[in-house]
Ligand binder design. Structure first.
Ligand code: GAR
Length: 205
């Protein structure tokens, strides 16, 4: 079975939905470790409660560059058997740009959830970007991580309608509900080896 490493920075609600799907035996993957770059991340307590190993590699005041930080991440992933060959890394609200070193080493083995219909509204505050732009629909995207910002091959998307009275809070809530649904589904497809990447396309069988 593959080993899963989940990287978080805060609340950890996507992490929780993934771990609960694994516990419910919907995803054949071993939840090996949750790593946070922030010791105050609320998700850490949730992961511990669910019996998953947690590690903190504090990024604030980290003495070193992005590559050196990511080398620490790789070290910890390997310690728990999350290797490029036998692992999957999920970014779940991990609010750091990852280095080319990490991306290359784990090519098509790192996936991310983004709260917009990529390629629209990459980067931060995507829900606000959608509202400010005036789109009638937004949603979320699960994608492989490549060297760009939110640009890798798309695995799955879900659409939500933006209503006239939606606020950043109400839209984020609607999108989050869909995130919690599609992220575990995408991981299940990966774990069952149903995703093949060619070029920038992820094909699902
Ligand atoms: C989620 O909405 C996720 O899509 C977003 O951060 C939130 C984390 O919530 N990620 C990004 O914006 C990445 N660019 P969570 O910690 O409760 O899962």
């Amino acid at each position: 079975m593959l080993n899963l490493g989940i990287l978080i920075s805060g609340r950890g609600s996507n992490m929780e939905s993934i771990l609960k799907s694994i516990k419910a035996k919907k995803i054949p993957i071993n939840p090996a470790v949750v790593i946070s770059n922030n010791s105050n991340a609320k998700g850490l307590a949730i992961a511990k409660k669910l019996g998953v190993n947690v590690e903190v590699i504090e990024s604030k005041n980290f003495k070193g560059n992005r590559t050196e930080y990511d080398e620490k991440i790789i070290e910890v992933l390997k310690k728990y058997g999350v290797t490029p060959k036998n692992g999957l890394v999920c970014l779940a609200g991990f609010m750091r740009i990852i280095s080319p070193t990490l991306v290359k080493k784990y090519k098509n083995k790192i996936i991310n959830i983004h709260p917009a219909l990529l390629p629209a509204f990459p980067g931060l505050n995507s829900q606000k970007q959608a509202l400010d732009y005036g789109t009638k629909f937004s949603g979320c995207t699960v994608h492989f991580v490549d060297a760009g910002m939110d640009t890798g091959p798309i695995i799955m998307q879900s659409v939500v309608e933006i209503k006239e009275n939606d606020t950043e809070i109400s839209l984020s809530k609607k999108i989050l509900k869909e995130e919690h649904r599609i992220y575990p589904e995408a991981i299940e497809l990966f774990a069952r080896k149903k995703i093949k990447v060619s070029g920038r396309k992820a094909h699902i069988s």
